[in-house]
Design a protein around this ligand. Sequence first.
Ligand SMILES: [Zn+2]
Length: 472
Amino acid sequence: MSCSLGSEDSLDLIKQESQNSKLDPWVANPPLLQKLVSSSPALFRFQSTQDSPLFKLKDISGKVFELPRGGCVAITSAGPIQFGIPPETIKDSLNLGFEIPNYYVIPKSRWDKMFHMSVAEFEFPAYFNFFVKKKKITLICTKEAKKAIRVIFRETLLGPKTFEFFDQEFFPGYKGKPDIVKELAHFSKNPFNHNLPLTVSSLLDFIIFDENGFCFLLPHLNKFLGLAYLPNEVTIRKEQKIFTVLEKDVEIAQVRDRIRIRVDENLEDYKDQLRYGLFMNPAIEMDEKKLEIYKEKYKPIQFDPPTFGVTILGSGHGFDPKGNTSGYIVWINGRGVMVDPPPFSTHLLKKMGVPSIMIEWIIITHCHADHDAGTFQKILESTKVEVITTKTIMGSFIRKYAAVVDMNEKDLAQLFKFRPVVIGAPLKFNSATFNFFYSLHAIPCIGFSVSYKNKSMFFSADTFYDPTAFFS
Ligand SMILES: [Zn+2]
């Protein structure tokens, strides 16, 4: 989504006004929202889909908003409730200047089979609420989804439970093998109270649909007071393919229980979509004549990879509203190694004119969502690609994605070729030499140096860098 059309002032305005009023801009300032929408149609382009919405079916309150990356948010007296969680969804809320919701409804199908990405990507909403707002998020789901989500988050928040392969991952004589258990223990304390362990429950609460498909939400104040079923009661009813939101037993909205990822409006300009044939959104009607004109006008870029260099797919982090999540391609003699495929990397490559077939390897540095969310899309679009990481990190990846995709671990491992890294032993690729090492991070994470002829590059990966803390 483009945010460069004079929208900055409007965003500042809405943030400023909401700060002044100390109220939630969603609930407190609907006129301001309208003002912003009408003053920045480009920024709010997704609003146009409100006329032919993909996710909402009924909007009696007029407060259900579709999100650029997919899913939607219903504003209720219990706060905003989000339906579906595509990768990088918090960037939508941040870009729009709205509160990041505490409540998330998990769709029946948590995996978008078209884009091979999760639509229950709760990690960054959880991290943002916890680290920035010091709150938990509440996931509203079935018992089965809760079980899978706890497995996923245990792996990604705290790392593996055991390290049976770790000792074999180092070349004999390698000096610098970390004490991984001790390192991870350092990061597994609650940052707001070091006497408490960091656990899945530190960041996540769950509300489970009952046997009749109902769940009841109460505003935080009521929870705090221990009161139940007071006037602000909000209910969600789950039926076949539909969620219904009720306030005080009155229906205010209906939303589809089928969340699909939208790529067109968050990454591509409409012209660019025409230019590269990225017509993924069934809501956009194609005009054949226009298409021919654009095809003629915008010929695909001829991509010429460097002998030794880097293409940056993204350089932002998970909380960065403007930038793509970090991800890179290291080029060696015309062949590419993709490092931490970001979500939508396939589309970014198309946009850049880079043929997918040029990417032969993927390096997964670690299993945080801002580093692995686009991996499956990349793996499944080519049978040739090999995945490089350590056995320990691969173990985490398999356990995590078996729960994400709802597949058994063995079958999942069959979907791609795995090349295990040995730390301290050089790994050759197309005449370049990679040397990997473990960095210092909250879960097992590798960085590397790569050299080719007389040139070299170094990739630190996510790593703890705080000299004061190191020497204290
Ligand atoms: Zn990380």
